[in-house]
Write a protein that binds this ligand. Structure first.
Ligand code: TXA
Ligand code: MG
Length: 346
C-alpha cells in the first residue's frame, strides 16, 4: 500500500548568514538522515535529495519521480573532504576543473566506492558527483552530513523545476518536504563530464560551458564532439525529457515559424510560441512567451523551464519554439529543446 505523506514546506532566505543554525535546515536534514526524501534548491534547478548510502532512500526518489531505475543519480557534497567516502580516486584530469568550478554546475563522473548505494548509480562502477553553488543546498548538505543523491525534483519526463511551486505541482504529497529557497539562478542543469578516460568528455552540456572547461583544462584535454552517434554513455540521455504536455516543434528558420503558426491555426489548434523579448511582438499566436533576451543567453537558460511549464497552464495544443546558437550556454539550451521536441524542423 502506498504511504500517504503530507509534504512539509520550509521557506528559507538564502541571504541570511547563519543558515546552519536554521531550524528549517535542521529539520530537513534530520528527515534526510532518516532516509526520507526532501527537495531543495541548487543554483541550477531544484533537486530531490535522499541519503546516497541508503537503498531505501534511493528507492523513494525513483518512486516519487516515476524515474526508470537504470538512470543513475548525481551525488551532492558540500566539501571536497567527502570525496574520499564516495570516490576511489580523483583522476588528474579532474583537478583543475574541481579547483575552477566547485562549488558550481559541473558534475564529474568518478570511480565509486562500495559505500554508495548501487541503486543510486544504477549498478554502474562510477558515481556522478557535484558540489552545488547555493547557500541553502550547502547548509543542508553539511547539516545532513551524508552525501545526498539528487535528481531534478520533477516527475520524470517533465521540465525541471526552478521554483518550489514547480516541485509542488509535480510531487505534492509524494515527498516528505520541500525547502523553498526561491527561484534558482542558472535554470538548466549542471554539465556532466566523464574524466575516467584519457580525455575529458562532455556527456551533458549544462551550466558550465565547453568553452569554460577548455580554458581551465586545456583544449587538447577535452574530447571534441563526434558526429557519429555512439553508445549511450550518460544513461539519462536516451529518455524523453523536459517535455511540456503539448508537442513542441523546434524550428530552425524564422520564415518557417510564420508558416507553421498559420498552418496550425488553420487546423483550429491553440498555438503557443516560445521566443525572446526582442521578437515578442512579431508573432500572432494564441500565446507568445519570451524567455529572456537573445543577446544574453544566460537569461534564456534561467527562464526556459518556467516558460515550458507556462504552456501547460495555458493549455495550448502545439508549441513552436525558436532555436538558439549552440555556443556557450546556448549548447545546453539547445540540448534541452532538442530533447523536449516532438519534431525539429529546418
Ligand atoms: O544540475 C543538476 O545536475 C541537477 C541538480 C539537482 O543538481 N540534477 C540533475 O540530475 O540534473 P538528473 O538526475 O536529472 O540528471 C543526472 C544526469 C543524467 O543524465 C544521468 O544519466 C547522468 O547524470 N549520470 C548520473 N550518473 C552517471 C554515471 N555514473 N555515468 C554517466 N552518467 C551519469
Ligand atoms: Mg532531470
Amino acid at each position: 500500500m502506498e504511504k500517504i505523506v503530507k509534504t512539509k514546506i520550509w521557506t528559507v532566505d538564502k541571504h541570511v548568514n547563519n543558515l546552519l543554525d536554521s531550524e528549517a535546515i535542521a529539520e530537513a536534514a534530520r528527515l534526510l538522515q532518516e532516509n526520507e526524501v526532501v527537495a531543495f534548491p541548487t543554483e541550477t534547478v531544484y533537486g530531490l535529495g535522499g541519503n546516497a548510502y541508503s537503498d531505501e532512500a534511493i528507492e523513494k526518489i525513483f518512486h516519487a519521480k516515476g524515474r526508470p531505475s537504470d538512470n543513475p543519480l548525481i551525488v551532492h557534497i558540500y566539501s571536497k573532504k567527502q570525496l574520499h567516502d564516495i570516490a576511489q580516486h580523483v583522476p588528474k584530469l579532474a583537478e583543475p576543473l574541481i579547483d575552477s568550478f566547485w562549488p558550481g554546475p559541473l558534475t564529474i563522473i568518478l570511480p565509486k566506492t562500495e559505500a554508495i548505494s548501487e541503486k543510486a548509480t544504477a549498478g554502474l562502477a562510477t558515481v556522478a558527483v557535484r558540489m552545488p553553488d547555493h547557500p541553502v543546498a550547502l547548509a543542508l548538505l553539511e547539516k545532513a552530513n551524508v552525501p545526498i543523491a539528487a535528481p531534478s525534483a520533477n516527475r520524470s519526463g517533465k521540465p525541471s523545476p526552478t521554483t518550489a511551486q514547480h516541485v509542488l505541482e509535480d510531487l505534492r504529497d509524494k515527498i516528505a518536504g520541500i525547502v523553498d529557497g526561491g527561484k534558482t539562478d542558472v535554470g538548466v542543469e549542471s554539465t556532466v563530464i566523464d574524466v575516467t578516460g584519457s580525455q575529458i568528455e562532455i556527456l551533458r552540456p549544462g551550466g558550465i560551458t565547453r568553452e569554460q572547461i577548455e580554458a581551465a583544462a586545456g583544449k587538447e584535454n577535452v574530447k571534441q564532439q563526434s558526429s557519429i552517434i555512439g553508445a549511450v554513455k550518460s544513461p539519462g540521455m536516451k529518455y524523453t525529457h523536459y517535455s511540456p504536455n503539448a508537442p513542441l516543434y523546434l524550428v530552425l528558420s524564422k520564415e518557417r515559424i510564420y508558416e507553421l503558426i498559420a498552418e496550425e491555426k488553420a487546423k483550429g489548434k491553440r498555438v503557443g510560441v516560445l521566443t525572446t523579448e526582442e521578437n515578442i511582438d512579431n508573432y500572432e499566436a494564441d500565446c507568445v512567451f519570451a524567455c529572456g533576451k537573445r543577446t544574453d543567453l544566460a537569461t534564456v537558460a534561467s527562464q526556459l523551464y518556467e516558460s515550458l511549464r507556462q504552456f501547460d497552464v495555458e493549455e495550448v495544443d502545439v508549441i513552436i519554439s525558436e532555436a538558439f546558437p549552440k555556443e556557450g550556454i546556448g549548447a545546453a539550451i539547445m540540448n534541452r529543446l532538442e530533447k523536449a521536441a516532438a519534431k525539429i524542423i529546418q
